[in-house]
Design a protein around this ligand. Structure first.
Ligand SMILES: NC(=O)c1ccc[n+]([C@@H]2O[C@H](COP(=O)([O-])OP(=O)(O)OC[C@H]3O[C@@H](n4cnc5c(N)ncnc54)[C@H](O)[C@@H]3O)[C@@H](O)[C@H]2O)c1
Length: 454
């Protein structure tokens, strides 16, 4: 309670102070890291490379990770078991949140309230309502928040967006997104146990329901449990759908349906190893598919924009445009016997060279200096100074992540949902609407309530 009062009372003053501290051209942005795992380590290295950054703080719930991070930074860094103490520190202007998904919203909100700018990993949230709370917090406390959908910072993604918007593909009517991989038989089913003594299990669970420690629910594998994540739909799907929304300037689907399940993996995970989702937008559809229990030929994986004049495939390696041929549609009708019987369509042989609606195009291979993570960090730092919205701002990330959550709600209820993207409401389905929010565990419910964002 005492802490909450401090954070609230101090927010306005800290906002101004932290901005002033970093205003000078030569001043370095003092950055703290909350969560030093797979991606947290990558962020520490990328921020360390920036000439205008001083890494001043590290927080993780696991002691050995705090120690490793401190030694990687190489001095001048304070470590914190409890991230709230880091938020109170005067020598932290901005924080990078790389915790499991169920912590993203609350840590970001508290960091904003403490006057820190925030780089928060995707997927933005664990459930739909959290995103709007985050937007409100950033606005109220005038904070810059960058979301970790770093593909937007990739030059070839930016070029692709321009190309898509120029009309080269004609009318874009659909987007196909997929990730196929083979992790059979899964990651095992270890028994519940006592947590390692160096791990603050209660803090790692945070606002999630309490349960006994299980190694798969902790580091990295939290992704496969509904209490902490939305599985691959939100983990990888959020990256792909982000590019689709960004390129097509859409604010959200009007209907979402999804099916699948954990059909094959033989471990204690919960989220689907097989999932298909259909997102309906005015004038276009998007399809997401993931497979975890067999990669097949891998041919279906990736992101593809389909238009009336051609299609574009795009990945972190580059994009390519495949033009469609100008044809007489009647010639696309199959003939099994040379010609249709009397009264059927009559083929009209093409004459002259093949003609295409558009020209093939391929992006240059991404250069080493175009690393998306590093460029995304740079964009964040520039925005801290300019106070502009970063390239992956909160509002659009909230809308993308909401669509992914809707797919999971549809899958879990076994029915299609209709969505009003302006009101952010599921239409005509009380049971589904109740799943737009989840209670936080004590004391985090009071912490949230005290901020009056909901
Ligand atoms: N942008 C990308 O391409 C990308 C890539 C990988 C992961 N991610 C995202 O990053 C997040 C972390 O994933 P990961 O693979 O690095 O997980 P991880 O389990 O390796 O690391 C998470 C760390 O957070 C720590 N942690 C948990 N709660 C904490 C708290 N309250 N305070 C301080 N530390 C806390 C854990 O101890 C752990 O060390 C996920 O949301 C994931 O989706 C993004």
């Amino acid at each position: 309670m005492q802490r909450r009062r401090f954070v609230q009372a101090g927010a306005a003053a800290i906002t101004t102070l932290s901005y002033q501290r970093i205003r000078g051209a030569n001043d370095r942005v003092q950055v703290g890291f909350i969560g030093y795992g797979l991606i947290g380590k990558r962020h520490v290295l990328d921020f360390k490379d920036q000439p205008d950054v001083a890494i001043t703080a590290i927080s993780d719930t696991y002691g050995p990770r705090r120690d490793e991070a401190a030694s990687l930074v190489g001095g001048g860094v304070k470590t914190y078991r409890d991230f709230r103490q880091m938020l109170d520190a005067k020598d932290v202007d901005a924080v990078v949140v790389s915790t499991p998904d169920h912590w993203h919203a609350l840590v970001t909100i508290l960091a904003c309230a403490a006057g820190k700018d925030v780089y928060v990993e995707k997927p933005l949230t664990l459930f739909v309502r959290e995103g709007r709370w985050m937007v409100r917090a950033a606005e109220r406390y005038k904070r810059v928040v960058q979301v970790g959908t770093q593909q937007r910072s990739g030059p070839h993604y930016q070029q692709a967006r321009e190309v898509l918007r120029s009309g080269v593909l004609g009318k874009i009517h659909s987007v196909r997104m997929a990730s196929f991989r083979n992790i059979m038989p899964g990651f095992g089913a270890p028994p519940d146990a006592d947590p390692p003594s160096a791990l603050d299990w209660d803090m790692l669970l945070g606002p999630a329901p309490f349960r006994k420690y299980n190694p798969n629910r902790g580091i990295y594998h939290f992704r496969w449990f509904w209490d902490y994540s939305g599985g691959q739909m939100t983990n990888l799907g959020a990256h792909s759908l982000d590019i689709a929304h960004w390129a097509l300037n859409d604010r959200g689907p009007v209907a979402v349906s999804s099916a699948g399940g954990r059909f094959a993996l033989q471990d204690n995970g919960e989220t689907p190893d097989t999932q298909d989702a259909i997102f309906e937008y005015p004038g276009w559809t998007a399809v997401w598919s993931h497979r975890e229990a067999g990669a097949g030929r891998g041919g279906a994986a990736g992101l593809e924009f389909c238009g009336t004049q051609g299609s574009m495939t795009i990945s972190r390696g580059g994009f390519e445009i495949f033009p469609d041929r100008k044809i007489n549609p009647v010639n696309s009708i199959p003939r099994f016997t040379g010609a249709h019987p009397a009264g059927g369509p009559v083929h009209q042989p093409d004459s002259g060279p093949a003609q295409y609606w558009t020209t093939p195009q391929k992006s240059d291979p991404a250069r080493p200096d175009q690393d998306q993570f590093k460029l995304h960090v740079r964009n964040f730092l520039e925005c801290i100074k300019s106070r502009q919205q970063p390239i992956s701002e909160l509002e659009s990330a909230h809308r993308v992540t909401s669509a992914c959550h809707l797919a999971n709600i549809s899958l879990r209820l076994g029915r299609k949902l209709r969505w009003d993207p302006a009101k952010e409401e599921i239409l005509g389905d009380r049971e589904a609407s109740a799943m737009l929010v989840r209670p936080y565990r004590k004391p985090w419910d009071d912490v949230l309530a005290g901020l009056k964002l909901t």
